[in-house]
Design a protein around this ligand. Structure first.
Ligand code: FAD
Ligand code: 2HG
Ligand code: ZN
Length: 494
């Protein structure tokens, strides 16, 4: 990749403008006029996986929508490249600079503005941390309709920009349904005020939807209104072992039939993924024996006794039918958390063990796990499996949101290694395209998948995306994002 010289280089004069605009010392982290800021800039330059690294010399931390607007207008006028950053937990390299883009970090915009206890509508700043919003809602008897392992650090603006799916999409649906309104700033500084609180609003195009899942390519989200459901009084969790992916599918079908309206999550883990969690946490496994597959089922309802009876009856039924080989039910809050840890803790465990090539994909359910097996066979054939310097792959594992046909294929290695990448790509993307899957289910394209968009979108669709980008960002130089090289209008590096 080469930096596009149409972008301006940062000068002390630019930095002075931002200093005057944002005032507070902590709002401008400046490595242009003071070298001593290099350490402070480090967290803005590297991503969660330590895979992507930028060289930004300036990070700005606006405190209001007006400040975001002035920053973007100035950058647009001066042809300064920027990258929006939320909690920096993204897994596709979209939240860090590629070169020396200015980071616009949203963490200071962290106010919860409004909550309506009757309708459940919540109005928040983009920089509010997901878990903070959920704790606030818990006190009111409500729940945020999105939950994911990175909840302690990711921000609502980042969640919307990636259209994060997470652990309970099965129950509460996607953010395209639960976001009622947004406020955003376009690259030229225009503030879009669409902070609607209505469930129904069919007056013209639903423009906010374009900001959900567009990874900051057309503007920066500054506020959002979210429709939040009431928190269920009772929660139950079961974890069980199965002998094949065929049986996993049968169990899913049974769960939908027998648990119907109380089913709130159906997650899949293979044995490889659970081995990695065991290696890292040293925790005792929930089941005595090992099985090729495990599922985690969560129910959320209004009556604990009724729900646990239902879950117990479900477990007995699927064991009697030979669908499930063994299972356990959490007895209290601590056990619920512990069982969830075997699913939510996989990403964290992988990061402790070195590096991981991540493929977040949607595949028609029947064929979902076949991708893991085919990839493992391919890596093995290439002589890369072994967990040594010569054979760097530790494991090829699969887990994910079974209820949404969303697989997380991870190839765990000692370190990022070109030989491994060559064996995996474009093989995996071709495999998915042949089955009409999606190469990007819930994490986005970022820099990791920008050049592979054609495996999941037609030339016509990509053409329409370019038109939209051109419309919102006509100067096409102000927002540097990972998709940029693909969307011709913003070609920023070759
Ligand atoms: P960042 O990583 O900072 O940014 C993500 C993208 O959004 C970047 O392109 C950035 O430029 C852009 N962006 C950020 N804020 C704004 C804004 N205000 N306006 C415009 N653009 C913006 N994802 C899932 O979907 N489901 C999961 O279950 C899930 N689990 C995870 C578990 C772990 C342990 C980790 C580390 C990540 C997980 N993720 C998951 C991935 C990640 O996408 C989410 O954590 C989250 O949505 C990213 O939010 P963030 O605030 O960290 O955004
Ligand atoms: C999850 O569901 C996240 O745990 C992360 O989306 C997936 O690490 C991954 O590949
Ligand atoms: Zn996920």
């Amino acid at each position: 990749l080469k930096r596009d010289e149409r972008f301006s280089q940062l000068t002390p004069e630019h930095v002075n403008y931002f200093r005057e605009l944002l005032g507070k010392e902590s709002a401008v982290i400046d490595g242009v006029s003071s070298d001593s800021a290099a350490d402070d800039l480090e967290p803005f330059n590297s991503d969660w996986m330590r895979k992507y690294r930028g060289h930004c010399k300036l990070a700005l931390r606006p405190g209001s929508t007006e400040e975001v607007s002035k920053i973007l207008k100035y950058c647009n006028d001066k042809k300064l490249a920027v990258v929006p950053q939320g909690g920096n937990t993204g897994l596709v390299g979209g939240s860090v600079p590629v070169f020396d883009e200015i980071v616009i970090s949203m963490g200071r915009m962290n106010q919860i503005h409004e909550f309506d206890e009757v309708s459940g509508t919540l109005v928040v700043d983009a920089g509010v941390i997901l878990e903070t919003a959920d704790h606030f809602l818990a006190e009111k008897g409500y729940i945020f309709p999105l939950d994911l392992g990175a909840k302690g650090s990711c921000q609502i603006g980042g969640n919307l920009s990636t259209n994060a799916g997470g652990l309970r999409l099965l129950r509460y649906g996607s953010l395209h349904g639960t976001v009622l309104g947004i406020e955003a700033v376009l690259p030229d500084g225009t503030i879009i005020d669409d902070l609607c609180k209505l469930r129904k609003n069919n007056t013209g195009y639903d423009i906010k939807q374009l900001f959900i899942g567009s990874e900051g390519t057309i503007g920066i989200i500054t506020k959002a209104t979210i429709q939040c459901p009431q928190r269920s009084k009772a929660q139950n969790v079961a974890y069980f072992g199965l002998e094949s992916f065929e049986k996993v599918q049968q169990a899913f079908r049974e769960a939908k039939g027998q648990l119907s309206e109380i089913l709130s999550a159906f997650e899949l883990m293979d044995e490889g993924s659970q081995t990695l969690v065991t290696d890292v946490t040293k925790n005792r496994r929930p089941l005595d024996d090992k099985y090729p597959f495990y599922c985690l089922i969560e129910t959320s309802g209004s009556n604990s006794d009724h729900d646990s009876e239902k879950l117990q009856a479900f477990l007995e039924d699927v064991m009697e039918k030979g669908i499930v080989l063994d299972g356990t039910l959490a007895q209290d809050e601590t056990q619920i958390k512990a069982l969830w840890g075997w699913r939510e803790g996989i990403t964290e465990a992988l990061s402790h063990l070195g590096s991981a090539y991540k493929y977040d994909v949607s595949i028609p359910l029947k064929q979902m796990y076949q991708l893991v097996e085919d990839t493992r066979a391919r890596v093995d054939e290439a002589g890369l499996l072994g967990d040594t310097d010569e054979h760097p792959v530790r494991a090829v594992i699969g887990y994910g949101h079974m209820g949404d046909s969303n697989l997380h294929l991870n190839v765990s290695t000692r370190r990022y290694d070109e030989r491994v990448e060559k064996v995996l790509e474009p093989f995996i993307y071709e495999w998915i395209a042949e089955r009409q899957g999606s190469i990007s289910a819930e994490h986005g394209l970022g820099i990791a998948k920008k050049k592979y968009i054609g495996y999941s979108r037609s030339a016509t669709m990509i053409g329409l995306m370019k038109q939209i980008k051109g419309l919102y960002d006509p100067v096409s130089l102000s927002l540097v994002v990972a998709w940029a090289p693909l969307l011709k209008h913003t070609k920023v590096h070759n």
